[in-house]
Design a protein around this ligand. Structure first.
Ligand code: FAD
Length: 390
């Protein structure tokens, strides 16, 4: 029998518009031609490919699903598919795009003034200004309401003091969306655009990562940074501000990680067709086929759910619990697929040459960031029972 691709088994055709297929295919080509040749070295050296940012912008993926201000205004499904293809390259590449688009640009687009949108969004869509999103702190991750970063009013300005940790793009970001308390409780949280070069603001790289090595992850240190009130995001009030940004971004994480899983499955399939043990290709062994079948089935389920939820998002009808379910299950599917692909490749599976260990290591981060697996489990449990177990 002729082998079918995962794309065949998903049956994308009736699910997607021509524009969505075109975006998916152009991102897939770019990742194959321009990104794959360098990713092993980038990962080994711990480098994010900053020199490719203008090419990434030319793909139209920065702010892809936002309307106006130089953004492509593509569908949420198109953006999800772009993430799916980017993460087949590396989770760090997709994280760069997700943070720029779904966290930093979205925060300005959703909560900013017209002036802020005109100032930043066209440049960010063009990749000429890069953003990061500072919510997590050294002592406050899953519970951001405990944050200690403070913004204190001083005339027409705010003085911001505090530390943010694990911030993607921090090192080279031109602006940081910083969430800070303006009073004692979580209801006083507000968002600010803190610009590179403002006195008292520093960004540092976090060394020693064994995951997301081809992504820039850093910390933000703010000591009485004077930020004009015109840099406050006026439409964001309370923790709902950052949490809505995260719900928005988690859709891109869910779709993205499935791309990494697809890459690992493809790698495992081609390896087992070539690799002979006990006189036959490994692909003929039932235990191997069981692993491939399990991986493939879960990726198919994830992709179909991604399209369904994308369509709900397009109707503004996607509930945050649905996003929690999608992010949680897709990340588990992808992590399991990468680890399983690693076993299928035997010893070769532990080398960067075959990529699956790189994906497995990266997917440890996706399991934890944008709400940990456990936190999304609690969100689902609360939705199903009406009882909060946080
Ligand atoms: P903790 O909250 O300390 O959790 C530790 C463990 O306890 C986890 O297993 C967690 O699930 C569990 N736990 C916590 N609460 C409960 C509970 N109530 N019940 C049961 N178990 C619980 N943050 C940003 O703001 N911006 C970024 O750009 C960003 N990028 C990141 C990039 C990378 C590569 C990584 C690794 C993280 C990034 N983060 C970013 C931070 C990320 O969102 C946090 O790591 C995440 O929210 C978890 O917080 P924590 O690491 O402090 O873990």
């Amino acid at each position: 029998m002729n082998a079918m691709t995962l794309d065949d088994i998903i049956g994308w055709k009736p699910l997607l518009t021509d524009e969505e297929r075109t975006i998916r295919d152009s991102v897939r080509r770019w990742v194959t031609d321009r990104y794959m040749p360098r990713i092993t070295n980038d990962f080994e050296q711990g480098i994010f490919a900053r020199e490719l940012i203008s090419e990434i912008a030319d793909l139209g993926v920065l702010g892809a699903n936002l309307e106006g201000y130089g953004c492509a205004g593509a569908s949420h499904v198109a953006y999800g598919l772009a993430c799916y293809e980017l993460e087949a390259g590396d989770s760090g590449l997709r994280s760069f795009v997700s943070v720029q688009t779904s966290l930093a640009m979205f925060a300005i687009w959703r909560y900013g003034t017209e002036e802020q949108k005109l100032r930043w969004l066209p440049e960010m869509a063009a990749g000429k200004a890069i953003g990061c999103f500072g919510l997590t702190e050294p002592m406050h991750g899953s519970d951001p309401g405990g944050m200690t970063t403070r913004a204190v009013r001083d005339g027409d300005d705010w003085l911001i003091t505090g530390n943010k940790m694990w911030i993607t793009n921090a090192e080279f970001a031109d602006l940081a969306i910083v969430w800070a308390k303006t009073g004692e409780d979580a209801a006083s949280v507000r968002g600010f655009i803190v610009e590179k070069g403002m006195p008292g603001y520093e960004a540092h790289n976090i060394p020693g990562k064994m995951s997301m090595r081809a992504s820039a992850t850093g910390s933000l240190v703010m000591d009485q940074v004077r930020v004009p009130d015109s840099n406050r995001l006026p439409e964001a009030a309370g923790l709902g501000g950052p949490l809505r940004c995260l719900t928005n971004a988690r859709y891109s994480v869910g779709f993205g990680v499935l791309g990494a899983a697809r890459f690992c499955l493809d790698q495992a399939i081609s390896y087992t067709k070539e690799r002979t043990q006990f006189g036959v290709p490994l692909a003929r062994k039932q235990l191997i086929q069981q692993k491939l079948a399990d991986m493939g089935a879960r990726i198919v389920h994830g992709c179909v759910l991604g399209v369904h939820y994308g369509r709900l998002k397009e109707q503004d009808a996607l509930h945050h619990v649905q996003v929690s379910l999608f992010k949680r299950d897709a990340c588990q599917t992808a992590l399991d697929a990468a680890r399983e692909a690693r076993t299928v490749l035997g010893a070769n599976g532990i080398t960067t040459e075959y990529h699956v260990i790189r994906h497995a290591l990266n997917l440890e981060s996706t399991y934890t960031y944008e709400g940990t697996h456990e936190i999304h489990t609690l969100a689902l449990g609360r939705a199903l029972t009406g009882e909060s177990a946080f």
